[in-house]
Design a protein around this ligand. Structure first.
Ligand code: NDP
Length: 249
């Protein structure tokens, strides 16, 4: 579905981003993997390259505009283009506490990774896509941006910001054939969830019960939706929020 496309994926070292890297590569994309854990990224890139795919690595923090710019440049250097981007890196923290009990730095970090990170990605990716005259970007929100799920308030706020930023940017660039959508992710079995469950074991049950399907997603089920949004098959979708959530109750 992505044959011949160059795609940048942030947060590619685990969970949904890792699943997307494997899936996109299997679907013919050349993938630029960005996150902070260098060894994990290099190992994943090697696995993809060894199995006949194309992958390269750019280590960095999405909250740092220069790191993001480097990842965009690396995508073009390695693969000659930036056709699509899956801006997936995110941070929720493991403190499941009411607002007044949260550490202040949880707010700063949550905003930095989810909001500033998405902003940095858009700021670096869009000029390249304007030059090419087309592109597709998928930003990552959460069902926490749709309903009150009990997620920490900074995370809820940050994912609402991602939704808003995506819709506004989509309107600005639709005439340039750049599609920008949000993937609204439901509860998915990844490190993010296991960290929360380690800190609060009672959450396992609640995480499962919240979906009509009474289970969490496997990361690849989310990656499949990102694949579609990044592909030309989603040619009439922009500014929208696609929920993959097992049926939200
Ligand atoms: P994981 O914790 O498994 O993966 C998060 C990824 O983001 C890792 O690759 C991590 O890599 C990367 N990352 C975190 N901070 C930064 C940073 N500052 N700069 C660059 N990369 C960073 O979680 P998920 O796969 O579950 O999360 C993916 C997305 O899905 C996130 O946006 C999350 O908010 C969203 N989501 C997830 C849900 C779930 O239930 N799992 C539900 C709703 C939304 P590294 O540590 O190497 O930097």
């Amino acid at each position: 579905m992505l044959a011949g496309k160059a795609v940048m994926i942030t947060g590619a070292s685990s969970g949904i981003g890792e699943a997307a890297a494997r899936l996109f590569a299997a679907e013919g994309a050349a993938v630029l993997l960005m996150a902070r854990r260098e060894d994990t990224l290099k190992q994943l890139a090697q696995e993809i390259n060894d199995s006949g795919g194309r992958a390269a690595v750019s280590v960095g923090d999405v909250a740092n505009a220069e790191d993001v710019r480097r990842a965009v440049d690396a995508t073009r250097e390695h693969f000659g283009a930036l056709d699509a981007a899956f801006n997936n890196a995110g941070y929720a923290g493991s403190q499941m506490l009411p607002l007044h009990e949260l550490d202040q730095d949880v707010f700063e970090r949550t905003m930095d990774v989810n909001v500033r990170g998405t902003w940095n990605c858009l700021r670096s990716q869009i000029p390249v896509m304007l030059e090419a005259g087309k592109g597709a970007i998928v930003n990552t929100a959460s069902t926490a941006a749709m309903v009150a799920t009990g997620a920490p308030v900074p995370y809820v706020a940050a994912k609402h910001a991602v939704l808003g930023m995506t819709r506004a940017a989509a309107a600005e660039y639709a005439a340039h054939d750049i599609r920008i959508n949000t993937l609204v992710v439901g509860t998915t079995r990844t490190e993010m969830i296991s960290h929360a469950v380690e800190a609060h074991p009672e959450l396992e049950q609640a995480f499962v019960a919240r979906q009509m399907q009474k289970r969490m997603a496997d990361p690849v089920e989310i990656a499949q939706a990102a694949l579609w949004l990044c592909s030309d098959r989603a040619s009439f979708s922009t500014g929208t929020a696609l929920a993959v959530d097992g049926g939200l109750t």
